[in-house]
Design a binder for this molecule. Structure first.
Ligand code: ADP
Length: 934
């Protein structure tokens, strides 16, 4: 049987192709042999050898496929990645293992021959024309001989492939594409290794120049066009432009395009341009970020008025921020050379900076200096320069960076503040939260005598006197906690032996403190208040002394008044008694003069006492209910007697205004004060009115909701007062005309007392007068009132009291105990009582009085207040005790006293007295009492 299969192994090169064409050229069309062609191809490549030889052979060409039965008269081309062998004309294609790549065709041929069974041993051919196995063996030998050469070639090819891969990888990692642009046809071809940096599918889009330009970012387009045209026109040799490009994924990618015109027409027209496109997106964004950061740094520096700089010791390059350049007065964009920059500092500061900078560079020592600078623009300024060296792991300084600041204003302010701090006469300091001094002005050392070192070692509280130290510490803790303390006064401890300006007397500071919660320190400002304190103390002492003096004066006046009244008592009493008994006119006149003089003396004593009490502020308004009508009518009744021998009348009227008289209005106020005012005014009116009339008019000028204002007018038709004298009227101790004083008598205190009393009752006093025409004194006083219609008629005790005359005429019964140490007084009172036919017993002190009371019941006891022994008040107390113990009836007790003060009255009532008679005791008053109780 004719051998029917030939294996042919060829290389993929042109030699292999030629050998194959030549081989098949001699093969007849009716040949029964099947031909299997094995080529040397990389597994990735496809063979086009079949297509290439097809025009030159007469036999049909087919693709060799696994399991295909081979037919004679056909050419089969093996695919690259298999090793073929034939089993009974059936083709088996075995995949080539990866490690067999690349594999020479001859190797594959031998593999195939080895695997094909013996009966089917094919004839084999290589690129040459060898038909027999012997020839193959020869070839085998030959091949074996050339194997090394082939392997070398193989290695070379492998290296080429490696190179290709490397190139591909390099392009990929360099993010590079290359392109060529046929300017004539407007066709732009982009070549890219493996992938296109402009995005998947970018290369499949066909575009001309306009198409490409549309994908350029609108903001960059003008710049791209401009630089491209410059290159095309020959203006620039190379086109090099960064711009953003719209990728097929739709994002803007920063690219760098570089290109050159590779071919021009003879007349210089560009025909072809070639170039590369590089992905610079990351770099560009970092660059832009860095620019932004730098801008931000510049802006921040500008706001903080802080310049910065960066020095590279390796290159000697100094990079300055805009503000640094501005402070140095050097031009924008021109970084100064280090040596020139140092020259801008005034000696010796240039030297200081130079040294510090040198140490920073050589030894890595940082610095922070204040330096005077005369900048390049001739401007003097104070600067702060600090430098921080950067040291690498080997200890070498790689950079020095620093800040630079114009601190002229800051320093000026600081100096001003510090000068202010220093010249302040107050004690200024800052203190740590632990109470230690941080800074202080010279007041502390100058005024307190401590040295600076001592102060720095002291706790602030040690300045304070020991007794107040704990309290001060507590205050300081509050300040540390955020409280602000003002004017906290303490005594302080000075170190006087060291102190020139202060003496050893106690000193006070007034502390004001607050804390800075962020920086954690206390601001202390203390003021010396020693002088004020001493002044206050002196004032306080003076006040106490004045009060004591005033008390002494009041006491003295009380005693004097008592002493003066006591002898007047029998003088006036007996005079009154004699006046009733003696009929001789001349003697009566003498007695009247004695009586009037005595009355004047009593008035003077009363006024002095009243004024001194008012002056000492001891007089208080006491509110009681009273009847206005009773008060005025009583006054008229009592004072009418003073008009006895004058052609003058004393009248009164009340205008109730809006108040209904029938509703019996009851006033609430100090009736004693009102009475005293009216007494003074009426007494003056009587004194200065020889003839005519005196009217007391009261009118309710306002009344509403229980409050009313009453105006009292005391009018007379007397001598009047000159206009120029009116201002003097209310001045204490002043009288209009001293000549008149002699004529009319008086102390000049009456109106002053009226004014004071009116003031105490929140009222007002005024006067209208004309010389020779008479005077009108007006007193306006506010009162509370109520209508007592349903309470029965109000009347004062005085209204019920019997008149002098009637009392004098009535016959009385009873036994009166007179307790009086002064014998003359006791005798006089006894006489008065006897005149009324009443029995009396005298006790000369409290003890004997109590004895007598124990023995006998008395219907009335007249008890002197000031007595030796247990005194009037104690006697009264014991009497009331005795009565309650013995279940005895309450015996009426009337206190006799020369002390006309309210206190005496108050005290007597408090201890159980029923009334009070002020000495000198006049017969009418005694008769009144007797009538009341007997
Ligand atoms: P005195 O105790 O001297 O009367 P007053 O203070 O009561 O003191 O009065 C002061 C002076 O005012 C009197 O001395 C008198 O000159 C004048 N004066 C007071 N009241 C009248 C009056 N009704 N008519 C004229 N002069 C008066």
């Amino acid at each position: 049987m004719k051998r029917c299969l030939k294996l042919i192994a060829v290389g993929a090169s042109a030699g292999g192709l030629d050998a194959l064409i030549e081989f098949f050229h001699g093969v007849p069309a009716d040949v029964q042999t099947a031909f299997l062609v094995i080529q040397h191809l990389s597994p990735d490549h496809e063979s086009i050898m079949g297509e290439l030889i097809a025009p030159h052979v007469k036999l049909p060409i087919e693709e060799a496929e696994d399991g295909k039965r081979l037919s004679g008269g056909k050419i089969y081309f093996c695919p690259p990645a298999v090793i073929p062998h034939v089993d009974g004309m059936v083709l088996r294609l075995e995949p080539r293992a990866k490690d067999q790549s690349p594999v020479l065709p001859i190797n594959i041929l031998f593999s195939s021959l080895a695997r094909t069974p013996g009966s089917d041993v094919p004839e084999a051919l290589s690129s040459g024309d060898m038909e027999t196995v012997e020839q193959i063996k020869l070839l085998q030998n030959e091949l074996r001989i050339t194997r090394e050469n082939l392997e070398t070639a193989n290695t070379y090819i492998a290296e080429q492939a490696q190179l290709e891969k490397r190139f591909e990888f390099a392009l990929k990692t360099a993010k590079l594409s290359w392109w060529d642009w046929d300017i004539e046809t407007s066709e732009i071809k982009v070549q890219s290794a493996g992938h296109c940096l402009l995005g998947e599918g970018c290369l499949s889009v066909e575009r001309d120049r306009g198409g490409w330009m549309e994908a350029v970012h609108p903001d960059d387009r003008e710049r791209v066009e401009g630089s491209l045209n410059a290159c095309l026109s020959g203006e620039t040799e190379e086109w090099n432009c960064d711009h953003r490009f719209l990728t097929s994924e739709g994002r803007w990618l920063w690219v760098n395009n570089q290109g050159v015109v590779s071919r021009r027409s003879p007349d210089g027209e560009p025909l072809v341009m070639i170039g590369t496109t590089r992905d610079i997106d990351d770099y560009k964004r970092v660059l832009l970020g860095a620019t932004n950061q730098r801008d931000m740094l510049e802006a921040a520096g500008d706001i903080a008025q802080l310049g910065y700089w960066d020095y590279d010791p390796e290159t000697g390059e100094l990079v300055c921020s805009t503000r640094t350049r501005k402070i140095l007065g050097v031009e924008e964009g021109a970084d100064p050379v280090l040596e020139d920059a140092i020259q801008l500092f005034l000696p010796p500061d240039d030297e200081r900076l130079s040294k510090a900078f040198g140490k920073a560079v050589s030894e890595g020592i940082p610095y922070d200096l204040e330096l005077r600078c005369l900048n390049a623009n001739g401007k003097h300024c104070m600067t702060r320069a600090s430098g921080r060296p950067h040291v690498d792991s080997s200890g070498k300084v790689t950079r020095v960076v620093g800040i630079f600041q114009d601190v002229t204003d800051v320093l000026t302010t600081e100096h001003e503040m510090s000068a202010f701090f220093e010249v302040s006469p107050d004690f200024q300091a800052t203190v740590t939260y632990q109470g230690r001094f941080k800074s202080f002005n010279s007041s502390w050392t100058r005024e307190l005598g401590y040295s600076s070192e001592e102060l720095l070692a002291m706790h602030l509280s040690e300045i304070v006197a020991p007794v107040e130290r704990e309290g001060f510490k507590a205050i300081l803790s509050e300040v540390v906690a955020g409280e602000t303390v003002s004017n906290y006064e303490t005594r302080i401890d000075k170190k006087c032996d060291q102190c020139s300006t202060c003496d050893a007397s106690p000193a006070w500071l007034s502390w004001s403190m607050s804390s800075d919660q962020e920086l954690e320190f206390v601001v202390v400002s203390a003021r010396c208040v020693t002088a004020q304190k001493q002044g206050q103390q002196a004032l306080e002492e003076a006040r106490i002394r004045a009060e004591e003096a005033s008390r002494a004066k009041t006491d003295f006046l009380a005693v004097m008044s008592h002493e003066l009244r006591t002898p007047l008592n029998p003088i006036l009493g007996y005079t009154d008694m004699l006046l009733e008994e003696i009929a001789d006119e001349e003697q009566c006149e003498i007695l009247k003069t004695i009586s009037q003089s005595g009355d004047q003396m009593i008035t003077i004593i009363d006024e002095l006492l009243d004024y001194s009490k008012l002056d000492a502020g001891n007089t208080k308004v006491e509110l009681v209910d009273f009847s206005l009508e009773d008060l005025i009518s009583e006054k008229v009744r009592l004072m009418s007697g003073m008009l006895k021998d004058r052609a003058c009348t004393l009248n009164y009227s009340i205008d109730w205004g809006v108040l209904d008289e029938k509703a019996c209005p009851v006033m609430r106020g100090d009736d004693g004060m009102v009475s005293q005012i009216l007494r003074n005014l009426v007494a003056n009116a009587i004194k200065f009115t020889e003839e005519g009339q005196i009217d007391i008019d009261a009118s309710i000028i306002e009344a509403s909701k229980g409050k009313c204002i009453v105006e009292f007018q005391v009018k007379d038709t007397g001598i009047g007062i000159a206009a120029e004298d009116i201002d003097k009227l209310f001045v204490p101790f002043s009288q209009v005309d001293t000549g008149m004083t002699r004529q009319f008598g008086g102390t000049g205190l009456g109106l002053a007392i009226c004014q004071r009393l009116t003031g105490l009752m929140e009222g007002a006093i005024s006067v209208e007068s004309q010389l020779g025409e008479g005077s009108t004194f007006k007193v306006r006083l506010p009162f509370d009132y109520r209508l007592s219609e349903n309470e029965g008629t109000q009347s004062s005790p005085s209204s019920k009291a019997p008149s002098h005359t009637s009392a004098g005429q009535s016959a009385l019964k009873g036994h009166v105990l007179v307790v009086e140490d002064n014998q003359s007084n006791a005798y006089y009172i006894e006489k008065l009582i006897e005149v009324r036919g009443v029995q009396s017993t005298v006790a000369c002190d409290g003890e004997s009085a109590l004895e007598k009371i124990a023995e006998e019941d008395f219907q009335l006891i007249l008890l002197d207040l000031h007595m030796p022994g247990i005194g009037g008040i104690e006697t009264l107390k014991r009497l009331r005790q005795f009565e309650s113990q013995q279940n005895k009836a309450h015996a009426p007790v009337i206190i006799l006293t020369a002390d006309a003060s309210e206190d005496a009255k108050q005290q007597s009532i408090e201890y159980g007295a029923d009334g009070l008679l002020t000495k000198p005791i006049r017969p009418p008053a005694v008769y009144e009492i007797l009538s009341k109780y007997l």
